[in-house]
Design a protein around this ligand. Structure first.
Ligand SMILES: Cc1ncc(COP(=O)(O)O)c(C=O)c1O
Length: 376
């Protein structure tokens, strides 16, 4: 069986040069970065160099980067850190969207239990938020607007610049979850106009267990983890030079967006081939243009995505529907987009990456054609 990995939005392999950068920190540089002696020097210097690499990718100052355990922690710190950090103000309103990752939606629900008021904005059929909806929802007590940069399931890219401008005009902070967009499209915090931005290492060819949160200098946040003064008092716990170095190297590689053009062409070739084989029995989910270059979420109309995947051999991809107690449920993202159940149930997300080849795409199309023929 040939194995084909088309689930890069779920996680990426570790890039060989990231692994190479980590090796000295597995073998030698064991000192505590906070110590005052020779054993700490390499680790401390490496962490600060890595912070600079992450900052260079995001176009910010290195002091504005806090190392995290991943995208979930970064999102939690953004939401809870801002809410607790500004408690003395009367602002208790948060605006987000219905298609955020659970790492945004669950903290929002938690904050609602503590008295926050949260507005969940709708999206259109392509998964896009209307900036006018942000304008209509925002009030003088809006503390924070949090809108994901690109959606993990369908890849739709949000009009972050416009939404962030509206937040700023109304004195609210703006956070974006860039876990999926980093390394795929530009994530320059000043071009986007955001105050906080989350990234996850394992979506950008670094290992799992590391991520970062950009927090603009003037923004006050309360840490989630209290302890000693690590990460300038914003996240306690002895820093991992091993993981910081990995994220730093991955971010250095991610600055070059050129390889994404090859991936975009492969993704478009994939879509054309599916259309040729299946005609109007296959439907694209997500925005046709404002979409991550590696993401192809398609529905096989009238079929069940998980059943199609189960019949394919060795192909790693993700379905947009989940089976809960014998019922098949549409993903909350596809439901929020207003996709009809008979279309949404047949959704499969293929996400391509640096290792994907044309040969692999052609094999997947062939397998799909063979697998689906009997059901026609
Ligand atoms: C958009 C988005 N945000 C946040 C996360 C969570 O990141 P992590 O798995 O690093 O906690 C993910 C991961 O799937 C994601 O796709």
């Amino acid at each position: 069986m040939r194995r084909i990995y088309l689930d890069y939005n779920a996680s990426t392999p570790i890039d060989p040069s990231v692994a190479a950068a980590m090796t000295p920190f597995l073998a030698n540089h064991y000192g505590n970065p906070s110590s005052g002696h020779w054993a700490a020097t390499n680790a401390r210097a490496a962490i600060e160099a890595a912070r600079g690499q992450v900052a260079a990718l995001l176009g910010c100052h290195h002091g504005e980067i806090i190392f995290m355990s991943g995208g979930s922690e970064a999102n939690n710190l953004a939401l809870k850190g801002v809410f607790f950090g500004q408690r003395d103000s009367r602002d208790d309103h948060i605006i987000t969207t219905r298609i955020e990752h659970p790492a945004i939606l669950a903290p929002c629900r938690f904050l609602e239990r503590l008295g926050a008021r949260v507005t969940y904005l709708p999206v259109d059929r392509s998964g896009r938020v209307d900036p006018d909806d942000v304008r209509r929802a925002i009030t003088p007590s809006t503390l924070l607007v949090s809108i994901m940069h690109a959606n993990n399931e369908v890849g739709t890219i949000q009009p972050i610049e416009d939404c962030a401008r509206i937040a700023r005009e109304h004195g609210a902070l703006f956070h974006t979850d860039a876990a999926q967009s980093v390394g795929k499209i530009s994530t320059d915090v000043n071009k986007l106009g955001v105050d906080l931005l989350s990234i996850a290492g394992h979506k950008v060819y670094a290992p799992k267990g590391v991520g970062a949160l950009f927090v603009r200098r003037a923004v006050r946040i309360e840490p989630l983890i209290h302890g000693a003064g690590h990460e300038s008092g914003r996240r306690a716990g002895t820093e991992s030079a091993l993981l910081a170095v990995a994220l730093g190297k991955a971010c250095e590689l991610a600055r070059d967006l050129e390889p994404m053009e090859r991936i975009r062409m492969l993704r478009d070739h994939f879509w054309r081939a599916l259309q040729e084989r299946f005609g109007d029995r296959v439907v694209l989910n997500g925005h046709p243009a404002f979409r991550l270059p590696n993401t192809l979420n398609v529905s096989f109309v009238g079929l069940i995505g998980s059943e199609i995947l189960a019949r394919l051999d060795g192909i790693a991809a993700t379905t947009g529907s989940a089976c809960h107690s014998d019922r098949i449920e549409l993903s909350p993202v596809l439901s929020a987009m207003g996709i009809a159940p008979e279309v949404g149930m047949g959704a499969i997300r293929f996400s391509l990456g640096r290792g994907t080849t044309r040969d692999e795409i052609d094999l997947v199309v062939e397998q799909l054609a063979q697998t689906l023929a009997p059901v026609e």
